[in-house]
Every structure is written in C-alpha cells, then in structure tokens.
Design a protein around this ligand. Structure first.
Ligand SMILES: [Zn+2]
Length: 295
C-alpha cells in the first residue's frame, strides 16, 4: 500500500508527463509498480482511486477470481518439476466463443496438455457436520449464461443436443476442461451488510477445522484456508460419475447427466478430516496428472 500512496502523490503532482520515459518512476521499485502506473495511464484509470475501484462489490469478486488463477499457477509451478511440466495462463479469446482455458499444463516429454479451470469456493459455504466431518461448496458455473443463439452454436461444437444444453445453460459440460481447482478460502468470506465489503471470518471451531483439514496448526487460519488448494477431474463431478442426480427440472437424463453441477460439494471426513473423492489435494498433482495422461 505504501507503493500506491507514493504513486498517487506522483499522480497528483502531475510529475509523470512523459509516459514512455519512466524516468520519474522510482527505479528501485518492483516492476509491478511501473506496470500498474503505465496501465492506469493507458486506460485512464485515476491511480489515486485504484483501491476504492477494486473494493467496489461489482469489481472485487472478478479480480479475486482472476487472482486465484495466479495463485493456482504459482502453486503448480512450485509443486511440479519444471523440467517435466510447464504451466501457463493462455490469454483468453473473447471473440472465439470458445471456452478460454484458465491454466494449461504441458507434459514436456510427450507434449500432452491438461486444462484446468480455477473456481473459488462458494462464499460462506463452509459447514461443520456431525462428528468428524466438514464440507464446503465450489462455485462452478459460467459467468455468462448461454443464450439461445449460443446454445445452437455450442450444441454443434460440443456434439450435445440443444435441449440438453438449454436445460443447463449456466453449467459447464465435462469436456470443456480436464480439472477444476479450488481453495477453501472463499468459503469463509461474508459481506458486511453496511459497507458491502467482503471480509474473512471463521469461528474458533471453524478455525480448528481448517487446521485439521490442512494438517497445519502453525500459520494463520486465513492463510491456511487460502493455501489449501484442491482439485478434481471435471468428469468425476458429473451426475454420471458421482451418482448424485442432476437437479435441473428440464434435464432429460438426471442420472446420466454429463454437466457439472453449479455447486459441487467438497467433503472432509473421518478423524483426520481427509478430503473425500473426487477431490484431492494439490500435493498429489503430479501422480494424478500422470494417471490422467496414462503415463
Ligand atoms: Zn442434468
């Protein structure tokens, strides 16, 4: 935040009138400061208001969702050996109508690809059950519902009947990406009714559950919940594989449905609060990716 204040002062003084020179940007600062400064100039965003702009309830969830993609990418790069796997974040192509891939992982020896969709847990969804169990939900739905024209287009592209697609117009199919990645953090966020700001909150009992789930009793609970990243194969989340019937009224085949539910549950059970299938912890990623690619 110090850096933002410093940049705001520069802005108010009008001291950066040569946008390309960068001469008045602190040369000791990190590159991100200059990038932010240049971006705000390019898109006419008053940098002195950047914090308030990000805090807007219309803006913050989008930025947190995008930020989560970077957190997952960083974690995968730390977890997977770089000589064998590469992790990238392809730029989205809004014009193509194709689902943009959040993360692309390439197994370098075989050049085979894995696509990952990053989805935050559903706000405030963490629950402690009876005995040794807990659960949360992952919010796994399209940000833009498919309209009737898009249904016709996607029906041809995906080879799925139009009536099935229109019955699940805000759902992903099990073939649009290979894995879903999520974390526990957002399941502990709430909205302040007065200020409309998001805030993280967990009761003492919930904090203990977080520590048990992540098997980490040393860091701050918020940090633990944020760093507890888990994944599932997209196909394993569908009613066809999970055996949990589709809840869409117009779904023609509720038990053989191949759409991902909007809010799939992640469950933690038994004395050690172990994460339950089909979800698994990010630490298992190399074995799971190898299995997926039949390596
Ligand atoms: Zn269905």
């Amino acid at each position: 935040m110090v850096a933002l204040v410093k940049l705001a002062e520069v802005t108010r003084d009008g001291a950066y009138l040569e946008p390309q020179s960068g001469a008045l940007v602190d040369t000791n600062s990190d590159e991100w400061e200059k990038q932010l400064y240049d971006l705000c100039r390019l898109y006419e965003i008053p940098i002195q208001n950047i914090a308030q702009i990000i805090l807007d309830p219309k803006v913050l969830p989008m930025i947190r969702g995008k930020a989560f993609e970077y957190s997952v990418a960083d974690r995968l790069r730390i977890t997977l050996p770089a000589t064998v796997w590469s992790v990238s974040q392809p730029r989205m192509n809004a014009q193509s109508g194709q689902h943009d891939v959040d993360l692309k992982v390439v197994h370098l020896p075989t050049n085979r690809h894995i696509s990952i969709e990053c989805k935050m847990s559903d706000k405030g969804s963490f629950r402690i059950g009876n005995g040794k169990s807990a659960s949360a939900r992952v919010k796994c739905m399209r940000s833009r519902t498919l309209g009737s024209a898009k249904v016709i287009q996607r029906s041809a592209e995906l080879g799925i009947a139009e009536n099935k697609l229109s019955a699940h117009s805000d759902s992903y199919t099990d073939s649009e990406f290979d894995f879903v990645a999520s974390s526990l953090s957002n399941a502990f966020y709430d909205t302040d009714k007065t200020t409309l700001n998001y805030f993280w909150h967990a009761s003492a009992e919930e904090q203990l559950s977080i520590s048990n789930i992540a098997k980490n009793h040393f860091a701050e609970p918020k940090q633990i919940s944020s760093e507890f990243i888990f994944l599932a194969k997209a196909k394993d989340l569908t009613p066809l594989r999970s055996g949990v019937p589709c809840t869409r009224k117009k779904c023609p085949d509720k038990l053989k449905c191949q759409f991902i539910p909007n809010f799939p549950y992640v469950n933690f059970q038994n004395a050690t609060y172990t994460i339950q299938n089909p979800w698994f912890e990010v630490s298992e990623i190399e074995r799971r990716f190898s299995e997926f690619l039949s390596l």
